[in-house]
Write a protein that binds this ligand. Structure first.
Ligand code: NAD
Length: 488
């Protein structure tokens, strides 16, 4: 069965190219998928344009669009096992994590299914009896949705669900490394009754399959989640046609632990913050800031527990985290560690590829702790996107805030303290989009997700998630028109 979904039909690439997908946990073959080139993407854009301009989706009643999303949520639940398995095979992540993800994804479709009718416009009082005036929300048009490999279907859901709820048509391009759950989702959209041309899928590499999405004049909006360098390039490419651009980029997220923090909780969460999914999480707490008096005891305990974390494949029930996504990504992580050590960091654990049964064929890298780091090191400033924790010391509230904000990123971060007022003061001064107090990682679809500074230029989830995919139009109607006589 071909894998590109364009104008309501499944087909292969025009030049018949394919790509083999292998599981990063053991190199086993997961499948072969069709690989689009630029011409396929241009066809998908044309289909989305026609479906938008000729309808019926953009003018379908919001309640009906919402109902469709609710049906998709039910289908996701029905297919949860197959989806979770496919996600784990493509990414190498533990099956249990993929299962959580599918629940989140169904919730996301439910949330935007309900949001579709939450606010559809408002009447504006002008005070003039012969005028009625209202503000309405309309879909933006053709949306290009480009997603990464770390949470493939979750990141896709965060875009597809609001885009459809608002009445847009779209072309989705998931990461070339993790295509399978996007294919499955398109089958579910088809089953739920999405009209032809509304939802289109192209698979393939960014520079070929993805590039037309950023500069094609028939695309109205680009919503991108991925790395900073790609985001910058897409923003520049989209400028020629002044597209709306929503970017969800990287993070180098501070985790601030004050000496008065609850020790057990802060240790436990600092480990989850950085080592969950082997650090391949945009909100990973990869930058630990520990208050002076607590530093030695805290870092010793982190190192003790990090050294014991069990690595393994998606279906190994004893594994606590999995491999990195690719050989190239592991090399990038290794290069950051090497540079950190050259710049003066002290290696406390990890730092070397693990070997042994079940590990030799995958792209594993161990939980790694680099102590005595400082804010000028590249391993502290840049996103390694691997299981690498850098540790810096601070003394007092002001220094914690200063260090935490000394970064080009502003996605997420946390404050651990039993002093509620201090934690709130620090949270208020952090220039980041999501601040957790005495917690790390949770999110809810009702609250906006997005970054300050170079972590992004958009908001997914929450009411703003839907707003990204809407245009606001003011309609003024003169109910008693008569000549004004200005140029008689
Ligand atoms: P990436 O930038 O390499 O790729 C992301 C997507 O962009 C892929 O689909 C890729 O094929 C596509 N792409 C690449 N070049 C392109 C081009 N020229 N034109 C069009 N598309 C192009 O990122 P990645 O390695 O897949 O993902 C990891 C990054 O994603 C990390 O930096 C992480 O922080 C970030 N991320 C951010 C969030 C968030 O919510 N802010 C969530 C998840 C991941």
């Amino acid at each position: 069965m071909p894998d590109l979904y364009i104008d309501g039909s499944w087909r292969g690439a025009l030049d018949e190219r394919t790509r083999e997908i292998r599981c990063p946990a053991d190199g086993s073959r997961v499948g072969v998928v069709d690989e689009a080139g630029g011409k396929d993407t241009v066809e998908a854009i044309a289909a989305a344009r026609r479906a938008f301009d000729e309808g019926p989706w953009p003018t379908t009643a919001a309640a009906d669009r919402g109902d469709l999303l609710l049906r998709v949520a039910d289908l996701l639940v029905r297919d949860k096992d197959a989806l979770a398995r496919a996600e784990s095979l493509d990414t190498g992540k533990r099956l249990v994590e993929s299962e959580y993800d599918i629940d989140d994804i169904a919730n996301c479709f439910r949330y935007f299914g309900r949001q579709a009718t939450a606010e559809t416009g408002r009447v504006v009082e002008t005070g003039t009896p012969s005028v009625d005036s209202r503000v309405v929300y309309e879909p933006v048009g053709v949306c290009a949705l480009i997603t990464p490999w770390n949470y493939p279907l979750l990141q896709t859901a965060w875009k597809v669900a609001p885009a459809l709820a608002a009445g847009n048509t779209f072309v989705l391009k998931p990461s070339e490394l993790t295509p399978h759950t996007a294919i499955h989702l398109m089958r579910l959209l088809e089953e739920a009754g999405v009209p032809p041309g509304v939802a289109n899928l192209v698979l393939g590499a960014g520079p070929e399959a993805g590039a037309p999405l950023a500069d094609h004049p028939d695309v109205d909006l680009v919503s991108f989640t991925g790395g900073l360098a790609t985001g910058r390039a897409l923003m520049a490419a989209a400028a020629g046609t002044v597209k709306k651009v929503a970017l969800e980029l990287g993070g180098k997220n501070p985790n601030i632990v004050f000496a008065d923090a609850d020790f057990e909780t802060a240790v436990d969460m600092a480990l989850t913050a950085v080592f969950l999914h082997s650090g391949q999480v945009c909100s990973a707490g990869a930058r630990l800031l520990v208050e002076d008096g607590l530093h030695d005891r805290f870092v010793d305990e982190i190192v003790r527990r990090a050294s014991r974390i069990r690595l393994g494949g998606p279906f190994d029930e004893r594994a606590q985290t999995g491999p990195l996504i690719s050989a190239a990504h592991r090399e990038k992580v290794e290069a950051y560690v090497a540079r950190g050590l050259a710049e003066g960091a002290v290696l406390r654990c990890g730092g070397e590829r693990p070997t042994g049964p079940g590990l030799d064929d995958g792209f594993y890298y161990p939980p790694t702790v680099l102590d005595e780091c400082s804010g000028d090191m590249s391993v502290v400033r840049e996103e390694s996107f691997g299981p690498v924790l850098t540790v810096e010391r601070f003394s007092g509230e002001a220094e914690a805030v200063r260090l935490a904000n000394d970064t080009i990123y502003g996605l997420a971060g946390a404050v651990f303290s039993t002093d509620e007022a201090k934690a709130q003061r620090v949270a208020a001064r952090l220039r980041i989009g999501t601040v957790w107090i005495n917690d790390f990682h949770p999110y809810v679809p009702q609250a906006e997700w997005g970054g300050f500074k170079q972590s992004g230029s958009g908001r997914e989830l929450g009411p703003s998630g839907l707003a990204e995919y809407r245009e606001t139009k003011h309609i003024w109607r003169n109910t008693d028109p008569s000549p004004q006589g200005w140029f008689d």
